[in-house]
Design a protein around this ligand. Structure first.
Ligand code: RIB
Length: 300
């Protein structure tokens, strides 16, 4: 019935990555490794992650008419993503400046570039592909008004997954369409407001659910994740591995979870599978280059 298991509507960035002994504080200069440039962006990452696992995947995004844009399109093609809806031009390709420390943790600054020009009109023009996808997944490196248009344009019976990253307060029409809303502790605090920071993750999950999403997944890094719906709240354990670089792990987790939900998994089963995908991702450097195949996940 659906041509695509998953449509990603989101960002595509060139990731400019430097390894550092310690990520710099305000006013500080530190020396780092040689610069490496990888394809990235939360949307493009999710598309590659899903396709590499075997999902029939399409990407709706905008890149610049430049070398970074061509690198990003090459990476999508190699993974098998349908890029017919990737728009080209209007601004330079988005860029992410990333520092990674020896623990694998990162700091990221994004210049949205062309991502900021992905408009609600672009979503309306892509209505046929939106209606051909079982699950649609989006993030907040594109304008919020564009995400709201995605929520409005969904086909009846299809499912919206939203990772509100980088976080900002969400309108109720967007929250109500999420199934699930997937977010980490930092993002949860922004969506809930600082007044709620002292409470336990189980409490955040219940408070987030009360804001309207049909389900919520709170990722807790090494502590695993929490899934919450009208069936209750459950903890999903993490898979212990030695982290080298956490860049893109949230994106591969989200893509895997969205794909498995579309296949009919329960929220808990989908989150358990996604935890394995995220675990393999952090054992390798970079974002898209670190995403596993289904065989690599099975071998973990
Ligand atoms: O989630 C990781 C991604 O965030 C990076 O690839 C970078 O481009 C930023 O969008």
């Amino acid at each position: 019935m659906y041509d695509y298991d998953l449509l990603i509507v989101g960002s595509a960035n060139a990731d400019l990555v430097i390894g550092v002994e310690r990520r710099p504080g305000a006013g500080e200069t530190v020396l780092g490794s040689d610069l490496t440039v990888h394809p990235g962006g939360k949307g493009a990452n999710q598309a590659v992650a899903a396709a590499r696992l075997g999902a029939r995947t399409a990407l709706l995004a905008r890149v610049g008419d430049d070398a970074h844009g061509r690198m990003l399109l090459d990476s999508q093609w190699e993974a098998g993503v349908d890029t017919a809806s990737v728009l080209v031009g209007g601004a330079p390709t988005g860029v992410a400046l990333i520092t990674v420390d020896p623990s694998g943790d990162n700091s990221i600054v994004v210049s949205p570039g062309a991502n900021g020009r992905l408009t609600p009109a672009d979503v309306r023009a892509a209505g046929s592909i939106l209606h051909a996808a079982r699950v649609v997944s989006t993030q907040l490196e594109i304008p919020l008004e564009t995400v709201a248009e995605v929520a409005r344009t969904l086909a009846p019976g299809s499912r919206l997954v939203l990772n509100p990253s980088p976080p900002q307060p969400l309108p109720s029409e967007v929250l109500a369409a999420c199934d699930p809303l997937i977010l980490n502790e930092h993002e949860a605090k922004v969506i809930l407001g600082e007044a709620r920071v002292g409470e336990e993750p189980e409490d955040w999950a219940r408070l987030l659910l009360a804001k309207g999403p049909r389900s919520v997944v709170v990722t807790l890094g090494g502590e695993g994740s929490l899934v919450a719906s009208s069936d209750g709240v459950a903890r999903i354990p993490s898979v212990p591995v030695r982290a080298v670089d956490t860049t893109g792990a949230g994106d591969s987790f989200t893509a895997a979870l969205a794909w498995r939900l579309g296949l009919g998994d329960s929220l808990a089963d989908a989150a358990s599978y996604a935890a394995r995908v995220g675990a393999v991702t952090v054992t390798k450097e970079g974002a898209q280059v670190s995403f596993p195949t289904a065989d690599e996940v099975a071998a973990l």
